[in-house]
Design a protein around this ligand. Structure first.
Ligand SMILES: Cc1cc2nc3c(=O)[nH]c(=O)nc-3n(C[C@H](O)[C@H](O)[C@H](O)COP(=O)(O)OP(=O)(O)OC[C@H]3O[C@@H](n4cnc5c(N)ncnc54)[C@H](O)[C@@H]3O)c2cc1C
Length: 537
């Protein structure tokens, strides 16, 4: 696989674009990005850029909560052991230790900043999710933890006088000179392409679920940061590991809402189109088997019954209790004429959490000097080959804080000089002709890519499908990546193609099954594959 596309997505001429200077640039305003911005010394200027409004992020949609040892009955060792067990022998144990031990402190910080977690009898209410041996999930507003945490963190960030925010600002590429990151090229409707020169840059652009036809992720999650880092020469790791959530609402025309596994915890059955409860064909733990097992079983059953989904059935449970416990899902389904106490809810798996990403160390530093990263865009080694539920908001908090502190210290050591560096590999500028060289049906390619990824690089993979996917994406690379688009729609498509190609290459290379990566042609884990796959441009 050669380098995927040119170094920069768009042409530019340094004398024709506005220049902006800051000390620390944070790309992304989800939980990781805002936590990073808050960790920067108040004497430094921070600019946070977000692709859409600041409320649009995976963080805002998080449901279940944040994992941390908050109960005296629980032990750090338990949370560490649970994380390692989920991670399929690929976690970095020192990183797991670090994150688990910091968790209580990071959760308490959120409370100090005004996040109101649910309580019971005056104590934090601690939930339990699949894979956790103890009750240790703090949650808010029942199942809307992300909304409450982001409300508190956004309010707090707005009070910080040294932090500016540019919304609706698309980051196109990182600026590098002599192998060092110097900031980013961004675009917005107000001042067009703009160079943001920063002493230190922190990448917090989140995940890439939108690369799949079925996903729980909002539409900002197109993997831009993964592609941006790749073009700049950073190392990416573990790109074959995408976690699928087994039960995503599947109603034509509705958004793909995640149906929490608490519903199966309450006793909901998974049934096929004939109404048959099928999980006993796949796992003795039935509906409460681990996420990847349930996802794989559902896909098999959909194939066997030649039906596009399976169903959650709650009709045998107490209707009053069901309505009280799941008011949000009940209301959402009611919009489509479904009464969840009587009618079966159509569901199928969807891409949920990207485990792979930009390699970082314990301080949040990437392989490019001057570039730090935190949150879902990274591969820190915490999750290994499979993420333990509710460990990802925690990861964003911990490494957001580390990256912010590290970038802050590094920026403080650099004097202001307002100097504009010559850039590596500057692309040819076509002057006034910066138009797309041709018209392409971007929506068509995007939808085809999403379907291809779903079918060939989805829950279950095998050689022939992966080779076919790689060849198809290579064809798109040839005629999409070299074009110059002028809107975020085109740039997102280019980024999605780059990330999809890396994911496909990694999935092809790993000839075993481990964690979230299931190869039908290599169904067992292979000790020889107990290692990471890395990519660099
Ligand atoms: C439905 C759902 C439920 C979940 N539930 C849980 C849970 O209960 N517990 C848990 O731990 N995890 C959960 N997760 C996962 C968790 O929410 C995410 O992993 C986490 O929020 C990622 O945070 P982040 O800050 O890295 O990225 P995000 O919160 O996604 O933020 C990304 C930011 O980057 C910006 N951005 C992206 N591209 C660009 C660009 N090109 N230019 C400028 N800005 C850009 C976006 O605008 C956004 O501000 C859930 C995820 C989903 C989708």
């Amino acid at each position: 696989m050669g380098p995927l596309g040119p170094r920069y997505l768009v042409p530019f001429h340094p004398k024709r674009v506005p220049h902006h200077f800051t000390d620390v640039l944070v790309i992304g305003g989800g939980l990781a990005g805002l936590r990073a911005a808050m960790a920067v010394d108040p004497s430094l200027r921070v600019l946070v850029v977000t692709k859409q409004a600041i409320e649009q992020s995976n963080s805002n949609y998080a449901q279940g909560g944040i994992a941390g040892v908050m109960d005296p009955e629980d032990r750090f060792e338990n949370h560490v052991a649970d994380t390692l067990r989920a991670g399929g022998d690929l976690c970095d144990e020192s990183i797991v230790e670090l994150v688990v031990r910091e968790a209580p402190r990071r959760i308490r910080e959120l409370m100090q900043w005004g996040a109101r977690f649910d309580t019971e009898a005056g104590e934090l209410a601690l939930g339990r999710e699949g894979g956790h041996s103890h009750d240790r999930i703090v949650h808010a507003l029942g199942d809307s933890t992300g909304r409450e945490v982001m409300r508190a963190v956004i309010e707090r960030t707005k009070q910080l006088e040294n932090v500016d925010h540019w919304g609706n600002t698309f980051t196109l590429d990182l600026l590098t000179h002599d192998g060092v990151c110097r900031g980013a090229l961004v675009w917005n409707g107000k001042h067009g392409k703009t160079f943001v020169w920063a002493k230190q840059t922190i990448l917090c652009t989140g995940g890439c679920g939108q690369i799949y036809r079925e996903t729980t992720n909002p539409d900002v999650a197109t993997g831009d940061g993964h592609a941006i880092a790749y073009r700049a020469g950073a190392e990416l790791r573990d790109m074959e590991f995408m976690q699928f959530h087994p039960t995503v609402l599947y109603i034509a025309g509705s958004s793909r809402n995640l149906i929490t596994e608490a519903m199966r915890g309450e006793g909901a059955w998974l049934v096929d189109r004939a109404g048959r409860r099928f999980m006993s064909d796949y796992d003795p733990r039935l509906e409460l088997a681990p996420r990847d097992v349930v996802s794989q079983a559902i896909v098999s059953q959909m194939e066997k019954t030649r039906h596009p989904n399976v169903y959650l059935d709650l009709s045998h449970l107490d209707p009053e209790r069901v309505r009280k416990r799941f008011p949000g899902i009940a209301a959402c389904c009611a919009e489509f004429g479904l009464d969840i106490t009587r009618d079966r809810i159509p569901v199928r798996p969807g891409a949920h959490y990207m485990i792979g990403g930009v390699t970082t160390d314990a301080t949040g530093m990437t392989t490019i000097p001057g570039l730090w990263a935190a949150g879902e865009v990274t591969s820190t080694g915490l999750h290994g080959a499979n993420r333990l539920a509710s460990n990802s908001l925690l990861e964003g908090l911990v490494f957001g804080a580390h990256a912010g502190e590290g970038a802050s210290a590094a920026a403080q050591a650099i004097d202001d000089d307002f100097h504009v560096e010559p850039l590596e590999n500057p692309p040819v500028t076509h002057g006034p002709g910066e138009q797309p060289t041709d018209q392409l049906d971007l929506v068509d390619i995007r939808n085809t890519l999403k379907s291809l990824m779903w079918h060939s690089v989805g829950v279950r993979r095998e050689q022939a499908g992966l080779v076919d996917a790689a060849e198809t994406i290579d064809r798109w690379c040839r005629y999409v990546l070299n074009r110059q688009f002028t809107t975020p729609q085109g740039w997102e498509l280019q980024n999605m193609i780059v990330v999809a190609r890396l994911m496909t290459a990694a999935a092809l290379e790993r000839q075993e099954s481990r964690g979230t990566h299931l190869r039908l042609d290599f169904p067992q884990p292979d000790p020889a594959w107990k290692r990471h796959l890395t990519f660099r441009r």
